[in-house]
Design a protein around this ligand. Structure first.
Ligand code: WTA
Length: 633
């Protein structure tokens, strides 16, 4: 086991040590895992190219550490609890021994279908246990998984499959979410019809069992491929720096990019952060409500908890089905000790009224967590009072797809809390704030752009197929620093408060969306000439999407036209990227060099035009009045 910090003094001591001797610190944490061959060197790095390698020369398989290692001591312990969408259906419990068997069996099936080490496998599945099995089976044989959130459209899915040149797609027939039954496999069919030539096989897990068309020669049922396969499978031993997975995420420009994480460092960091941040205790029931389609699901539903030998829960449904008391019902029934969710879910449940949580006894709860977006004071207090009954610390965990694991967060019950602050960096993490000129801002009670000065084991290694993009996106803005894209404040006590993105990424219900992506989608609507998308404060979602759209001809039926835009965005990206507000405008404010002045558009979207700044230098200052008027301001 890696270190588990017990007190604030110990945290301070360990933190100092981790900064003074990072290699010694991480070598110690890594030594508790099963390595098939020890590393020669702990760390080799530069942020210039960038080139970061951890546990150089070490060989291992992460699934041996998630599964095999626990069999002797925890074979009969529940590894995975699956709570189905329909509360009338029985929950499923899978022990470590059973999970091991299922992963090995499916790994053997993948091998039989020709999947080899280094091949990319796309996983487009709902939140069913087979999704976890699929992820681990890929890792077992050294194949690189690329999980795509099952809410993305066929176009998005196809882009991701093509970018990673996946050879196999794993999917399910349908996705049961609330009252909906979403035809997931049909989306795969549509995606593959858009020319994903690399794909030879589609393996389909039967979930709801509704009728389905299978493509002869390409599609095979999950239950058929595993037939007769052995429940043991020798793990493929890989290099510490061999890729474990690709996960696509939005940036400020262009299409989503494939963030690459590798086996060794990711393993060490996710286990270590899971145990320390949540102060996991043996026997705890742990529930993270994220979807495995996002990094939170990868690191803190699957890898972190399983590496630590925990019991992790997966929930198929939505927080409001059959009613807004569902989360609390599940916590009561499964006696959940650690609960990790997103501010957007807290706000939605808070808005549904106190009656759903009032009077609920949830004595099992010990630790609460949030992730994905800044939490507002009202939601923080509601979570603390109504859910935690003021006796459960809230860990506000700041991190990103690119960081692989939690970076700045309280340690539950150890770090004194302040509402809405991510507080202090974890040991091994060296954050700093910089100004626009790239100078580090020293001292406390200051604000700036958040960077990290030194590598940690699960730092992004590259963006798949385009290393230069990784460099320019994260390592070029400030010399020798990883730039997060977030702005932050360091208060008088040295605590960090994350303010939000300073780039053109918006955070809608905790989902990262690039404004450029949404604009590209909107621009595909017939009749649209140009568009500009900005985020604005939204009560439930944190940020909403506001789209300004210029049309060619006069639009006779604006409502029908806006509906058409929403349909196109849904088709191009998925429902999560649908603008909340669309305003048809005669023009967009531009600088003389033709750049859209988003600052002005953001202000108008916020409904605050008191201080638009100097607009006289714009190419078309008159358009600002028109836009204000159109927005009713
Ligand atoms: C935001 C999710 C404030 C931030 C794990 C970051 C947060 C982006 C927090 C990454 C938090 C995440 N407080 N903001 N506790 N956690 N963010 O890649 O803007 O989906 O850059 O990873 O979410 O989103 P991603």
């Amino acid at each position: 086991m890696s270190i588990q910090i017990q007190s604030l003094e110990q945290y301070r001591e360990v933190y100092q040590k981790s900064v003074a001797d990072p290699e010694g610190f991480w070598a110690e944490q890594a030594s508790s895992f099963q390595w098939r061959k020890p590393w020669r060197q702990v760390l080799k790095w530069n942020f210039r190219e960038p080139n970061v390698k951890w546990f150089v020369g070490g060989r291992l398989n992460i699934t041996e550490n998630c599964l095999d290692r626990h069999l002797e001591t925890r074979g009969k312990q529940t590894a995975l609890i699956w709570e189905p969408n329909d509360p009338k259906q029985k929950a499923r419990k899978i022990t470590y021994k059973q999970l091991y068997g299922q992963v090995c069996q499916f790994a053997n099936a993948l091998k039989a279908e020709g999947v080899k080490k280094g091949d990319r496998v796309c996983i487009y599945m709902p939140m069913v246990p087979e999704l976890t099995v699929a992820v681990l089976a890929c890792a077992r044989i050294g194949a690189i998984h690329s999980v795509v959130f099952a809410g993305f459209s066929a176009v998005s899915l196809s882009d991701r499959i093509k970018d990673a040149e996946c050879t196999v797609v794993l999917t399910s027939d349908f996705n049961a979410r609330g009252v909906k039954n979403i035809p997931v496999k049909q989306v795969v069919d549509e995606a593959l019809a858009m020319g994903c030539e690399s794909v030879t096989k589609v393996i389909v897990q039967k979930n709801t069992g509704d009728p389905l068309k299978m493509v002869e020669g390409r599609d095979i049922w999950w239950h058929d491929v595993i037939k007769g396969k052995r429940k043991t499978c020798k793990a493929t031993i890989v290099d510490s720096e061999d890729p474990l997975f690709i996960l696509y995420t939005s940036g400020s420009t262009g299409k989503p990019k494939g963030v690459v994480h590798t086996q060794g460092g990711y393993m060490v960091y996710t286990e270590y952060t899971f145990r320390n941040v949540f102060q996991y205790q043996d026997g705890d029931i742990y529930w993270c409500t994220a979807d495995v389609g996002w990094i939170t699901g990868h690191s803190y539903i699957i890898y972190g908890p399983l590496l630590a030998g925990a019991t992790t829960m997966m929930f198929e449904g939505v927080p409001t089905f059959p009613d807004p008391g569902r989360f609390w019902d599940v916590i009561q029934r499964h006696k959940v000790n650690i609960f990790y969710t997103a501010p957007t879910a807290i706000r939605a449940l808070m808005a549904a009224g106190d009656q759903w949580v009032k009077g609920r006894r949830m004595p099992s709860l010990r630790v609460l967590g949030t992730v994905g977006e800044p939490i507002n004071e009202e939601a923080w207090h509601w979570y603390n009072e109504r859910v935690g009954k003021k006796r459960c610390p809230i860990v506000d965990t700041w991190w990103q797809t690119e960081t692989g694991g939690i970076m700045i967060s309280p340690l539950a019950g150890i770090t004194p809390l302040k509402p809405c602050l991510a507080t202090l960096p974890l040991p091994g993490i060296q954050p700093c704030l910089v100004d626009a000129a790239g100078n580090e801002i020293e001292g406390n009670d200051v604000e700036g752009m958040l960077c990290i000065k030194y590598p940690w084991p699960s730092i992004i290694r590259t963006t798949y197929g385009d290393h230069e993009r990784c460099r320019t996106n994260y390592f070029a803005a400030f010399k020798d620093k990883y730039f997060t894209g977030d702005g932050a404040r360091r208060d008088a006590d040295g605590y960090y408060r994350i303010i939000g993105r300073v780039d053109d990424v918006i955070n809608v219900s905790g989902h990262r969306i690039g404004t450029a992506e949404v604009e590209d989608a909107i621009n595909k609507t017939p009749g649209v000439v140009e568009s500009a998308v900005v985020g604005y404060p939204h009560d439930i979602k944190g940020q909403g999407i506001y789209a300004y759209v210029i049309t060619g001809d006069a639009i006779s039926d604006p409502d029908a036209f806006k509906k058409q835009i929403l349909d196109v965005v849904t088709k191009e990206i998925g429902p999560i990227a649908k603008p909340d507000k669309i305003q048809l405008v005669p023009g967009l404010p531009k600088t003389r060099s033709g750049k859209i002045m988003r600052r002005i558009l953001r202000k108008i979207a916020e409904g605050d035009v008191s201080n638009l700044g100097d607009i006289s230098t714009l190419l078309n200052p008159e358009v600002v009045e028109d836009i204000k008027e159109g927005a009713g301001l």
